[in-house]
Design a protein around this ligand. Structure first.
Ligand code: HEM
Length: 224
């Protein structure tokens, strides 16, 4: 029983970084194309991802199953051990609590967000080409914009702070100095990856994302 729980904890910790952490970074960079290169750059990125062979299988194995295990087991661990007295110095206690709170926010945000984007494509309500305008409508609503900023900051904090803890629990940063240096690096990761997402949200507010979708729909209508 003990062995099982050790294995489950290690798997939980590993999945948070590979593949989920890797996914957050790549997703942030892909979205940032909206800021850097506008609607065409973003559409190219979406097209590239959607052109991958066996995409639904890749999504299930690399995103949805790890996300379900990491999320559900994470909630179970958080529920089981409510106190961390003595585990960390006082200064890290707030981060330990924040890790749990942001985990719950991220879990809820991701399901809602996937419903608003990816599932709409799978349900045939929008095409990949219209994702830019879908994001335009989301980011143009002040309420959704604020909820997205909260969801993004929670997810990126959860990943960056989780990375710091991962490096300790896998014996990579052992001494206090190594842990201090890694805390600066993880803070840098938090700032850079958050900026990628937030700048893309700001870019999606631009009218050009709506216009491109209307033009694509008109063109398809003409061809059809
Ligand atoms: C500015 C913030 C964000 C924007 C603009 C954004 C945009 C998008 C878009 C357009 C899609 C659909 C992609 C496609 O169908 O090709 C998508 C899917 C997805 N997003 Fe986000 N996203 C943001 C933040 C996040 C965050 C913080 C997470 C947390 C991990 C996340 C997790 C996901 C997941 C899991 C999918 C489904 C991926 C798949 O099935 O291939 N997103 N997002």
């Amino acid at each position: 029983m003990k062995g099982n729980s050790y294995f489950a904890r290690k798997l939980h910790s590993l999945l948070g970084i590979i593949p989920l952490g890797g996914f957050i970074v790549v997703h942030g960079m892909a979205n940032y194309q909206a800021f850097e290169r506008g609607p065409e750059g973003f559409a190219k990125g979406v097209g590239l991802i959607n052109g991958l062979p066996l995409l639904p299988l890749l999504e299930v194995v690399m995103i949805y199953l790890p996300l379900l295990f990491h999320g559900i087991y994470g909630l179970y661990v958080a529920y089981q051990s409510n106190s961390n007295t003595g585990r960390f110095k006082y200064g890290r206690n707030w981060a330990f609590t924040a890790q749990r709170i942001t985990g719950v926010i991220t879990f809820v945000f991701v399901f809602w967000h996937v419903y608003q984007t990816r599932l709409q494509v799978y349900m045939g309500k929008i095409t990949h080409e219209e994702l830019g305008s879908t994001m335009h409508h989301i980011a143009s609503s002040p309420v959704f914009f604020a909820l997205y900023v909260i969801g993004v900051l929670a997810a990126v904090f959860h990943f960056s702070n989780g990375l710091w803890a991962f490096l300790i629990s896998w014996g990579i940063t052992i001494g206090p100095k190594a842990q201090r240096v890694s805390s600066y690096i993880c803070m840098g990761v938090f700032v850079i990856v958050s900026a990628l997402f937030i700048l893309s949200l700001v870019a999606f507010r631009g009218d050009e994302f709506n216009e491109v979708a209307s033009a694509a729909i008109a063109l398809l209508g003409n061809i059809g």
